[in-house]
Design a protein around this ligand. Structure first.
Ligand code: GLA
Ligand code: ZN
Length: 676
């Protein structure tokens, strides 16, 4: 069992093109010292390698590739299509985007191409053809990095035309569109495909509720969700176009593009099917919980259910967040191992040498502005490099086996956050994270899975806010439970179908029979309002955001509301269905409440943590053919004892045996290797 690469790629974004040649040799010397073995190059060089419409110039890129080849690097070669050259926007303004407010953009920024511009596509194709022809056979180019952090939207006329074509393919008839989006509402019936308009603020999109609000309103969520699907597909077509060109010159190439964790704009499960390996950029801020980072890694691993690449992280500090704190001594190392603990086979930084100008000059790098290796950050990078070199290829390709699946679904992400009502505080990722956190705290391995996963591989499925139940989901979930699985689902589930129209006959629609309750009404609580939920054993927890008012239709009551006119009615229920069990959580409980229900469900499902002993350390397990690696990490503000069940085994980082009673300080790590 081995991964996509022969060694752990250790390096990152490298832009020697921004520096005079004298610096390059110095770079190589310093990187060698840090055991850097990989560089991601040519990410934003379109304007340099194609200075005009007719002219290409690869001489500098050739030199960079030659230098890195001499140093035996694994080169991650980007295609440079993520930032338009100025000449192109000047001559063909259509290559730029039109934004949500309807403004057509000038030259500037990056990630700025209209995905449906034939001119952009033509020049991107021409560029990638030349790159692949030139470097496709180079054995040092071990990975292709298409574009960069695909995302954003465009609402231009080309996109509108393309949307109509996409719609025609999906719905076939205009009647079907009227029905799908329920256009009789507000008299929006359309009679011709050309009457379909993109949902930005000039159309059926609405002003953002408040500055900075993540939620954007829409008069027709069905339209807006279809636009999200279309936009994700349009951009994916751009990726596939480049990928196929590279493939034609380099049939065995490993081709990827760097994703962004829980980024909302693209349906990454759909994208991952087109990628050889998932890679992603991890930029938590100073207050991001470690459980959230872990969830993001699990999601990125879950996309293909395979080890992934960490394409970017900062060695020290960011520049684009509000408060760009330093990573504390040891934190970068611990964070890198956490990444590997959840399935990464590479550790790459943005970037290797800190920029002299532009908006990223305060972004951390392996070599800082001082220009030498005499820095704390460099020493930490070097320490990690030496450790990874010693680890060799042993962890590569090893797998995180899990018994719990948490459903993550981009259609649900979009649809839930487009709903007008019942409560604006209902945010998809936060919702998923609060359920994930229980398993994280218990060291129970989790896979983040798509709605059409093979549920039978898991003992327990958690599907929070499963608002949109798409075709096949009801049956798949019912089969899972009938065959003995344990399902936990919540408020705001089973409400709408594929096009955001409500399932009539009572909530939670298609899940009603399986969960054995009928939700008659949904109350919304403002931030200052709470209810209390009382469990059978008398314990009480707080609940907020929404409260389902429900009737038992076969289920038993696990906990009840304490206040309001629905005091004494069920807040949490349990139902036996076939040989399995479903839990329905009717309100957004605090951490203790969620933990209580998930603990019952985990006990029913006989789900086990990766090690039997309880600990406040984070512990994950990656299995290789010859044994297991337990990643043991301390992210708490105190020294903690290593679980005794791991004592007697070797630490893969030091080769030393882990002793009983040994402790880990904050940010300390052991990778305990247990042979079969
Ligand atoms: C993103 C981009 C990089 C760089 C970093 C800075 O991840 O891919 O080019 O801008 O952010 O954090
Ligand atoms: Zn466009």
């Amino acid at each position: 069992m081995k991964g996509k690469f022969k060694r752990i790629l250790y390096g990152g974004d490298y832009n020697p093109n921004q520096w005079p040649k004298e610096v390059w040799d110095e770079d190589m010397r310093i990187f060698r010292d840090a055991r850097i073995n990989s560089a991601t190059i040519n990410v934003f060089s379109w304007a340099k390698i194609q200075p005009s419409e007719e002219e290409y110039n690869f001489s500098e890129l050739d030199e960079i590739v030659d230098m890195l080849s001499r140093e035996n690097y694994d080169i991650v070669l980007a295609t440079s299509t993520a930032a338009l050259p100025a000449w192109m926007v000047k001559k063909y303004p259509e290559v730029a985007r039109t934004d949500y407010e309807g403004r057509h953009h000038k030259f500037g920024q990056r990630h700025n191409a209209c995905p449906n511009s034939p001119v952009y596509q033509k020049y991107a194709r021409a560029l990638v053809n030349r790159l692949a022809e030139r470097y496709g056979k180079n054995e040092h180019v071990t990975c292709w990095h298409v574009n960069n952090e695909y995302g954003g939207e465009c609402y231009c006329e080309n996109c509108e035309k393309a949307f109509r074509v996409w719609m025609k393919k999906k719905y076939k008839t205009i009647e079907a569109v009227n029905q799908a989006w329920n256009l009789e509402f507000w008299g929006h019936t359309v009679y011709d495909w050309d009457e379909i308009v993109l949902p930005n603020v000039l159309g059926d999109g609405m002003e953002k509720k408040s500055v900075g609000a993540a939620r954007i309103d829409t008069a027709f969520a069905g339209l807006s969700v279809d636009y999200c699907r279309f936009n994700s597909d349009s951009i994916l077509e751009n990726y596939k176009m480049e990928r196929d060109i590279i493939r034609s010159y380099a049939p065995d190439a490993v081709i990827t593009t760097n994703l962004m964790g829980t980024y909302k704009g693209l349906d990454y499960f759909k994208w991952a099917k087109e990628m050889d390996v998932v890679s992603w950029d991890n930029y938590p801020s100073y207050d991001t919980p470690w459980s959230f980072i872990a969830m993001s890694h699990d999601l990125m691993r879950g996309l293909k259910d395979e080890p992934f690449m960490l394409m970017e992280q900062t060695p020290s500090q960011q520049n684009w967040q509000m408060y760009n704190s330093l990573k504390k001594p040891g934190q970068m190392r611990a964070q890198s191992y956490q990444t590997m603990a959840h399935g990464a086979d590479t550790i790459q930084f943005f970037q290797l040498r800190r920029s002299v100008g532009g908006c990223e000059k305060f972004h951390g790098a392996v070599i800082g502005h001082v220009g030498t290796e005499n820095t704390r950050v460099f020493r930490e990078v070097k320490q990690l490099g030496e450790e990874l070199e010693r680890l060799g290829d042993t962890t590569l390709g090893s797998v995180n086996e899990t018994e719990v699946g948490i459903v993550f679904d981009w259609d649900n992400y979009w649809a839930l956050e487009y709903t007008s009502g019942p409560n604006v505080d209902l945010m998809y990722v936060d919702q998923i994270h609060q359920y994930y956190k229980y398993f994280y705290d218990k060291n129970i391995g989790v896979s983040m899975i798509p709605f059409d996963a093979d549920f039978s591989r898991y003992k327990m499925i958690v599907a929070p806010v499963l608002y949109m139940v798409k075709e096949g989901m009801k049956e798949a979930l019912e089969n899972f439970v009938k065959n003995g699985g344990v399902l936990v689902t919540t408020y705001m589930s089973g409400i709408v179908g594929e096009s955001d129209n409500v399932y009539l006959g009572g909530y939670p629609g298609p899940l009603k029979e399986m969960v054995g309750v009928w939700v008659e009404e949904i109350d919304a609580l403002a931030p200052e309002q709470f209810n209390d939920v009382v469990f059978d054993d008398g314990s009480e927890v707080k609940s907020r955001i929404v409260c389902d008012l429900m009737h038992l239709e076969g289920a038993e009551c696990v906990a009840k509301y304490r206040s309001d006119f629905y005091a004494g009615t069920p807040a949490v229920t349990k139902n036996c269905f076939g040989s399995g069990i479903t839990y329905y959580i009717g309100t957004d409980m605090d951490e203790a409440g969620i933990a209580k229900v998930l603990e019952m469900a985990a006990a029913d499902a006989q789900v086990k943590p990766v090690i039997s002993e309880e600990t406040e350390l984070e512990v994950t397990c990656r299995k290789a053919d010859y044994g297991k690696f337990y990643f043991v990490m301390n992210f708490k503000d105190k020294e903690i004892e290593i679980p005794s069940c791991l004592a007697g085994n070797k630490d893969a980082l030091t080769g030393e045996t882990v002793e009983t009673g040994e402790t880990l300080k904050k940010y300390d790590v052991r990778i305990v290797r247990v042979e079969k």
